[in-house]
Design a protein around this ligand. Structure first.
Ligand code: ATP
Ligand code: MN
Length: 465
């Protein structure tokens, strides 16, 4: 019943029921005042804003109030009053205060304000209590919910693809091995290799780098599916845009070509941004003020303008004709680096860009081959500040072409027999893409390091909690 009896700070702040008795529970942000009266600023995570609790010192006693320091947790019952103070409409005149937990000021790491994001990463277990991470985590929730709503309303089914996989052919990145073997003394085969037949699954297994191959199996039965789950890549690169564990959204659609795929990606991203501005205004405003003045404008600009669509060839021509000096000079056949992507988006077009028709050599085996024999129907969506936010393609549905490509790329065909069966039995044109959830989060929060948009970042040498 406790929860029922409790009013959230967010509700109380927007209430006009002056005189009503409410119970609020939360963590103390600050306490100030004098011998007669104490002002406690309280937050419960329901909103970026704190509510002011006014406590009569003689009524509660100095001994209790002194323990109510920054970071302590209390329950307050009191009367909702219109506030005369600046920057707030209401306050609570306390009648009863219960102290749930103290936070010793001499050791509480968030005693003072204004810690750097680097410091907060070292206390990731406490940083959700800061304004910044409260805002980021609320936005993260709102975006996750909006993603499910978007696809549900379009008739897509949420497909749960496996986290542990025996398929390592996707080639999207280095994988993490999953094993129950004793790694200091593994069983060996006659020719002196680790005998994975004796491992838990009777084979080599890893954490998934993408749910796409399995999503294709779903799409070729349910027509439109999407995945939304954790993805693992043993990326040793330590960049501000890569995590070892990140969340990916992967829609996969039967009867859908590359044009439809681009249309969906653009509609999807804009839908998320419009909902974001609509629902997370206060949090966005706070983050804009703290980290990135241009945040709201940038989000609005992307939500309101048509994305540019060009081919890889056109992109290369623009880059080589730009006169711009790049750290990695670009030429036809080379993958676009983040600096190239950002030049196109931020300097040249000043709008998000979708690039299609990449050389087949730099893309995955499953992408649909164009008639030119050189390029594939890949599509990357590039965003300001982020670079690649979505990677996708129309898939090769033709068994012969797909098998030929698998051979050319030396991919072990036997491990993909189940995938190839979709092309043997009732194949269909189909397409899909992957949105990195934390890349989206970087864009919508204005944060510049991907470690600051996920509650518990997994990066090289960082997995304690
Ligand atoms: P990049 O070139 O940026 O490493 P990628 O080509 O490896 O990306 P894909 O395999 O196409 O990316 O994955 C789809 C999406 O997943 C990307 O567009 C990006 O948004 C996201 N993504 C990829 N790798 C990571 C990572 N290590 N951490 C967070 N997000 C990632
Ligand atoms: Mn990568």
């Amino acid at each position: 019943m406790g929860i029922k009896a409790r009013t959230r700070v967010k509700e109380a702040l927007s209430s006009k029921e002056y005189g009503k008795e409410l119970t609020l529970k939360g963590w103390v942000r600050t306490r100030r005042g004098n011998k007669k009266i104490a002002f406690i600023s309280l937050n419960d995570g329901s909103t970026i804003n704190n509510i002011q609790i006014v406590a009569d010192v003689p009524l509660f006693g100095d001994a209790l109030l002194k323990k109510i320091t920054t970071g302590s947790c209390i329950s307050v019952t009191g009367e909702l009053k219109e506030s005369m103070g600046k920057g707030q409409n209401v306050e609570i005149l306390a009648k009863k205060i219960e102290l749930y937990g103290t936070a010793d000021p001499s050791s509480y790491p968030l005693q003072k304000k204004g810690h750097t994001l680097e410091f907060l990463r070292e206390i990731a277990h406490l940083r959700p209590r800061t304004k910044t991470f409260g805002a980021v985590l609320r936005i993260r929730h709102a975006m996750a919910y909006a993603i499910h709503k978007f696809f549900n309303d379009k008739g897509f089914y949420y497909l749960h693809t496996p986290v542990i996989t025996g398929a390592d052919a996707e080639g999207a990145g280095e994988m993490f091995r999953v094993t129950t073997l004793d790694i200091s003394n593994p069983p060996m085969t006659e020719d002196n290799k680790v005998d994975y037949k004796q491992d838990f699954f009777g084979r080599e297994t890893n954490l998934t780098v993408s749910g796409q191959l399995e999503a294709e199996l779903g799409a070729l039965a349910l027509s439109e599916v999407y995945t939304f789950g954790p993805t693992f890549r043993a990326e040793n690169s330590n960049t501000p845009r890569h995590l070892a564990e990140f969340w990916m959204i992967e829609p996969e659609m039967a009867f859908c070509d590359i044009e439809d795929n681009m249309d969906l990606a653009e509609e999807f991203l804009k839908y998320l941004l419009v909902r974001l501005l609509d629902q997370c205004g206060e949090d966005i405003e706070f983050l804009a003020g703290m980290y990135d003045e241009e945040l709201t404008n940038r989000i609005r600009h992307v939500a309101e303008n048509e994305f540019i669509r060009i081919s890889y060839g056109e992109a290369v021509d623009i880059l080589s004709g730009s006169g711009q000096k790049f750290e990695f000079p670009n030429h036809w056949g080379a993958d676009l680096q983040s600096e190239h992507e950002r030049f196109l988006v931020e300097k040249h077009f000043k709008k998000p860009v979708i690039i299609t028709g990449y050389p087949k050599e730099i893309k995955a085996f499953y992408m649909k081959q164009n008639d030119d024999g050189i390029t594939v129907r890949a599509m990357d969506v590039l965003f300001p500040r982020i670079g690649e936010i979505i990677g996708g393609s129309q898939r090769e549905e033709d068994m012969d072409k797909l098998e030929k490509r698998i051979k050319e790329m030396n991919i072990p065909r036997d491990e993909l027999w189940w995938y190839l069966d979709t092309r043997r039995f009732g194949t269909a044109p189909h397409s899909g893409f992957g949105l990195g959830f934390e890349r989206l989060m970087l864009f919508v929060t204005g944060m510049s390091n991907i470690r600051d948009v996920i509650p518990f970042p997994r990066t090289p040498n960082n997995a304690e909690f």
